[in-house]
Design a protein around this ligand. Structure first.
Ligand SMILES: [Ca+2]
Ligand SMILES: [Ca+2]
Ligand SMILES: [Ca+2]
Ligand SMILES: [Ca+2]
Ligand SMILES: [Zn+2]
Length: 580
């Protein structure tokens, strides 16, 4: 009888768990929850099925463990093929533990599709741009982060086995979930000679003992045992190839850049994503979302890469400083200068290989987990005030207790360890520290999707006009053409011009009964100063700057129809006709 009840209860609990995870995913998507890998794929399919005309769902490639990497394209076919419009590429979760980056991508896709036709700004953005959204780069990482026991920071890399301690065995000693709660927490042992004592304000925390003072605790690192009996604990976990150090620009081997992999694009999914991006040369803006810290980052990623051309810095500053305002608390920074150097990251690759403007969003600030009247100024005598500054650790624990219902922190509990004997296991759980609690997720995804939308509003939009036409001789005409761009991004980045990376924009004059005698850029229309191109004046190689214009002058001989075409890799082509 007792056995039977136990079985029923098991079935009941299991059924409860299955129902929860098997809840059908409907459009509009919900953002009071996190999507594991399977649910994320289901969410993308649901968006595609709800908006089949406006979307394509592309299988970009597969991962080391053969999981599908999907991207969703959002583009209105009635305003042109997706390749004919500026592309905005957004991805997330290249690091397996950086989960909410995927939710930002899903939220953006969900907002663009569900509000199209209802919100004017979103309608014109979708009509004028193509969005390529790839919510989870590191699909194996996402899968294992949810499924396996982890710390908030573990399980970042690709599933390519690597022998970290050079003992001939691969990934043989990862951390172990000793207490079976699904988290890798911390281990501590009572020890009068330890370096730590309990924090008087909150005994769950520990502080260092003062010189000469008696200790209470020794910290023993992350939960685990010596799996291979080599005298070390947790010395060879899964991987490690870092998918964001595996790209083919400014790549350096492991002894310079940890996690680089043996060669660029050794990650199968990473290589597939690079090929997907290269096949879309219209991509003009790239966003890659990570966690954490609350930052909007631009390159260069290393000092030796050299600073960007001034024209590009102005564009980045415009995007970055406005993004800062969209998400209060986030800072716009330069990767190598303000953070650290990274060799072979996707951001640098996108700049140099696609000629686009590329930003990294580091999502979430643990400072947002507050429990205080005024987070910056603790009252005298309150926890942490002894050190003269607010102790964020106390506040975060109070936040856990009273706002997150205790879901972010595991209280210390005794455990009998095979090597250390009686210890305690406790600390911050997997779904803490770098991710907002789901109740705060909506704010994070909306603001960061809004930063993407701000930059999408700045993709180049060229307007072509003839502003002057004069008959200056018998069947000889002078026409002047103006190309304006009211948005911040130029039609070609200054770096791509400097590196001669892309085909330049073409301004072409043609007509069956008209010959182009001369043509070139008009420097001063009042002084009649123009620099004529020596050969083939009917084709001009140009760039249209952001928030600016360029003017060209042509001398035409003949009569009849003349056609003027503007063609660009990044911006929408334009053309017009006049009669001479
Ligand atoms: Ca090993
Ligand atoms: Ca390893
Ligand atoms: Ca555990
Ligand atoms: Ca070991
Ligand atoms: Zn990251």
């Amino acid at each position: 009888m007792r056995e039977k009840i136990a079985t029923w209860m098991g079935v009941f609990l299991l059924a409860g768990a299955i129902t929860l995870s098997a809840q059908p995913i409907g459009v509009p998507l919900r953002f009071d929850r996190y999507y594991d890998y399977d649910q994320l794929v289901e969410a993308l399919k649901a968006l595609h099925e709800a908006f089949p005309q406006m979307t394509t769902l592309d299988l970009v490639g597969t991962s080391e463990e053969n999981r599908a990497i999907y991207a969703i394209t959002i583009s209105n076919p009635e305003t042109g093929d997706h390749l004919s419009k500026p592309g905005v590429y957004v991805d997330g979760n290249i690091h397996g533990n950086e989960i909410q980056a995927g939710e930002v991508c899903l939220y953006l896709a969900n907002m663009l599709l569900t509000r199209y036709g209802e919100n004017d700004k979103i309608t014109s953005l979708v009509d004028e741009n193509s969005f390529y959204i790839l919510p989870s780069v590191n699909v194996d990482g996402r899968y294992h982060f949810f499924k396996d026991a982890n710390t908030p920071s573990s399980n970042r890399g690709l599933r390519r086995p690597k022998d970290d301690d050079h003992d001939g065995l691969f990934d043989e000693d990862p951390p172990d979930d000793l207490d079976g709660d699904g988290n890798i927490c911390d281990m501590r042992k009572k020890d009068p000679n330890g370096n730590y004592k309990s924090d008087p304000y909150d005994p769950r925390l520990m502080v260092r003992v003062d010189p000469g003072e008696k200790g209470e605790w020794t910290l023993l690192g992350r939960e685990g045992i010596d799996n291979d009996g080599d005298g070390r604990i947790n010395e060879d976990a899964e991987g490690y190839v870092d998918p964001n150090r595996n790209w083919g620009v400014n790549w350096q081997p492991n002894y310079v850049q940890r996690g680089a992999g043996y060669y660029p694009f050794s990650g199968t999914g990473i290589k597939a994503i690079a090929e997907y991006m290269l096949a879309r040369p219209n991509i003009t803006v790239v966003w890659a979302f990570h966690n954490s810290g609350g930052m909007y980052l631009r390159g260069p990623s290393t000092k030796n890469a050299g600073e960007f051309p001034q024209g590009d810095i102005e564009v980045y500053d415009y995007l970055g400083k406005n993004s800062e305002k969209i998400t209060p608390g986030y800072q716009y920074l330069v990767i190598w200068k303000d953070l650290y150097s990274t060799y072979g990251d996707s951001n640098e690759w996108a700049n140099h290989m696609l000629g686009c403007y590329s930003l990294v969003g580091e999502l979430f600030q643990s400072e947002s987990e507050t429990f205080a009247e005024n987070a910056d100024q603790p009252k005298p005598g309150s926890p942490g005030s002894g050190s003269g500054k607010s102790d964020a650790r106390h506040q975060r624990l109070q936040f856990n207790d009273h706002v997150a219902m205790g879901e972010l922190y595991k209280p210390w509990e005794p455990y009998d360890h095979p090597l250390y004997g009686e210890i305690e296991i406790g600390g911050w759980v997997k779904m803490s520290s770098r991710l907002p609690h789901p109740f705060m997720l909506q704010d994070l995804v909306h603001r960061n999707a809004s930063a993407v939308i701000f930059s999408a509003e700045q993709t180049p939009r060229v307007n072509l006009e003839i502003f002057d036409k004069d008959e200056i001789g018998k069947d000889l005409y002078r026409i002047r053409v103006r190309l304006t761009n009211p948005h911040a991004l130029p039609t070609m980045s200054y770096m791509s011009l400097k590196d001669n990376l892309l085909r330049k924009d073409l301004l072409t004059v043609s007509g069956s009964s008209v010959r182009v005698v001369a043509g070139g850029e008009l420097q001063d229309p009042y002084m009649d100063k123009a620099s004529y191109k020596q050969y083939k004046p009917e084709i001009q190689f140009i760039q249209v700057p952001g928030f600016g214009k360029v003017e060209y002058e042509f001398l035409l001989s003949g009569k009849g129809k003349v056609r003027i075409d503007y063609s660009s890799v990044k911006a929408v082509d334009q053309s017009l006709e006049i009669n001479l």
